[in-house]
Design a protein around this ligand. Structure first.
Ligand SMILES: [Zn+2]
Length: 499
């Protein structure tokens, strides 16, 4: 069966066709935006066409407002004309008209120094002083794991919170950083209160025209609309800053339209199934998934159309081969991941395990999920799997990976990895796994940027990932036992179950 899976996945792959529809055709997929719903409905229809059953957009609870940008023009018009690279931050307002005005540079290191600006920023175009300096980069944007790094991961012992891998110095640095963030947040609030016409922002991690852009406002039902706020490319931002510091008057023209959607505040996950066939095991479930929502600066190709495309392709392969799985196979494409794993957390709460007064309230399906497999670390191929601290899986996964060592996937690490939807399952005592993936350009160029486009996907890597996931899901569906579980973790309220 594994060689049939490999053959179907390489000879008839549809992974790039899926990715094209989720990115180019659907557009950005901010949760509850029209782009998200285009992608979700397309995925539901496509899964149905392939023969999966119960394909649906399943509501998981109230998320809040959708939002999209509808126009974005920002240019410097004085001392000379220059179009600027700009992307509105999510859930911020537009400018309501074509603005033209001088840019005010706010220099404030603490909240006290904001007093001098009180009453002076209303209807103005403002930016805050940045200490950032851009440097040429001498490292390649894209990278794969070196064998030595993979070997280190394989030999690693379990990381303990606060243990030797996290020395005190790092903790101090982290506290320092979060202190600085808190001051910056407070300064931003004070600026918002002054009701400027437009705020110019920058994120120093972006260079060479790459803009890292996420939220600048709030999506909850009753939240006030944040003022217009655009993320500029760092190069453009720092040029404006230098000119203003030279005493040169800098004027900007901007016309920004954004739209909030509040007709339906429900969040939706896309769910579909291949039904199990074994009379004793068909009520048990193997899950696979990734988050379908994205940020809006581009089309969320590596974060995370890549993962969704590989997962959809995995079930397409299994369905095409007409496997008759013993257990039911269920795919889930989540929403609200970027806002804190909201869709998958709510799914677990609604179907599997809730908490009250520090106690678990386990639902019948809690005992029926064998495992959940997740992909959300970009376009890179699979190099192995994180055990998430569950040593009992090691020999099982090692056996399965033997079929894929020639494709570069052989590493098993005891460690966990964070930041994505398998945690929602792991924190409720259900085996949840994210695969080890090559980074490619994830951190340097694509993750949450205006460059996260179809062109940054690597077709061969996505094909490989889909085939390996299909193999894991197939093996999980067929084995006699469910996957071994860790002891139940403490029953923390759903909001506090980490990221
Ligand atoms: Zn992601």
């Amino acid at each position: 069966m594994i060689s049939n899976i490999k053959k179907e996945g390489s000879d008839n792959s549809k992974v790039m066709y899926i990715a094209h529809h989720l990115t180019d055709v659907s557009g950005p997929r901010l949760t509850n935006s029209p782009g998200f719903l285009r992608a979700a409905n397309w995925a539901k229809d496509e899964l149905t066409k392939w023969g999966l059953i119960n394909a649906q957009l399943e509501p998981w609870g109230e998320f809040g407002k959708g939002w999209q940008q509808e126009k974005c023009y920002v240019a410097m018009v004085s001392p000379y004309y220059q179009p600027l690279i700009a992307v509105p931050r999510a859930w911020t307002s537009g400018t309501k008209k074509l603005l033209k005005g001088e840019v005010i540079l706010i220099k404030a290191q603490d909240t006290a120094s904001m007093v001098q600006y009180a009453g002076k920023l209303k209807d103005k175009i403002v930016m805050t002083w940045s200490a950032a300096q851009l440097k040429p980069s001498f490292d390649a944007d894209g990278r794969r794991f070196a064998d030595t790094s993979l070997e280190r991961m394989a030999l690693a012992e379990m990381r303990q919170p606060g243990g030797p891998n996290q020395p005190q110095q790092q903790n101090a640095q982290r506290q320092n950083r979060s202190g600085r963030f808190a001051i910056q947040r407070r300064i931003n609030e004070l600026i918002n209160q002054e009701k400027p016409a437009l705020i110019l922002s920058m994120d120093a991690s972006g260079n060479d025209g790459t803009v890292f852009v996420a939220s600048g406002g709030q999506y909850s039902k009753n939240a006030a609309e944040a003022p217009a706020n655009v993320m500029l490319s760092s190069d453009d931002y720092l040029r404006l800053q230098r000119l203003i510091e030279d005493g040169i008057k800098v004027e900007i023209e901007a016309d920004i339209k954004t739209k909030f959607f509040d007709n339906d505040m429900q969040g939706y996950n896309v769910i579909a199934e291949i039904p199990g066939t074994d009379p004793k095991l068909k009520d048990e479930i193997v899950m696979l998934g990734g988050h379908l929502d994205s940020w809006h600066g581009a089309t969320g190709a590596t974060d995370n159309a890549a993962g969704c495309s590989a997962m959809m392709e995995a079930v397409r392969i299994l369905k095409t081969l007409n496997i008759q799985p013993r257990r039911t196979i269920r795919i889930a494409l989540w929403s609200g991941e970027e806002e804190g794993l909201l869709g998958s957390k709510a799914y677990v709460k609604n179907h599997l395990a809730d908490t009250a007064n520090g106690q678990w309230l386990l639902k019948p399906d809690h005992s029926k999920i064998s495992a959940y497999y997740n992909l959300d670390n970009g376009t890179g191929k699979i190099r192995g799997v994180y055990l998430q601290g569950n040593e009992a899986e090691r020999t099982i996964f090692a056996k399965w990976l033997e079929s894929f060592t020639d494709e570069g996937a052989k590493t098993i690490t005891i460690n966990n990895t964070g930041g994505t939807d398998h945690l929602s399952f792991d924190r409720a005592g259900i085996p949840g796994f994210q695969f080890i993936q090559d980074e490619i350009e994830y951190d340097t160029r694509t993750h949450h940027t205006n460059m996260d486009t179809y062109d940054h996907l690597v077709p061969e890597d996505l094909k490989q990932a889909a085939v390996i996931v299909a193999g894991f899901v197939y093996n999980t569906a067929q084995r006699d036992e469910k996957m071994p579980r860790k002891a139940m973790p403490p029953a923390r309220p759903v909001q506090q179950r980490g990221f």
